[in-house]
Ligand binder design. Structure first.
Ligand SMILES: [Zn+2]
Length: 71
């Protein structure tokens, strides 16, 4: 393994860098997980469907009213 700060080659069980004194962390860097944006994105279509159903219902109501008045 190598020091992340100065690049000096170190022993695998080294706790600190012998060259610059940096503390060595054995744990790998955790990748950033971005799940929240996806959840928000999934919620959007549901709202769109609800408004679409409402618009269709209104159009049908107006259409039926016009047909009734036309007769
Ligand atoms: Zn170092």
């Amino acid at each position: 393994m190598f020091c992340e700060k100065c690049g000096t080659k170190l022993e695998d069980d080294a706790k600190t860098c012998q060259n610059c004194g940096a503390v060595i962390d054995d744990q790998p860097i955790t990748p950033i997980v971005e799940e929240k944006p996806q959840i928000v994105y999934v919620k959007k279509p549901a709202k769109k469907n609800a408004s679409t159903v409402a618009i269709i219902f209104i159009v049908l109501a107006v259409g039926l009213t016009l047909l009734f008045l036309g007769v």
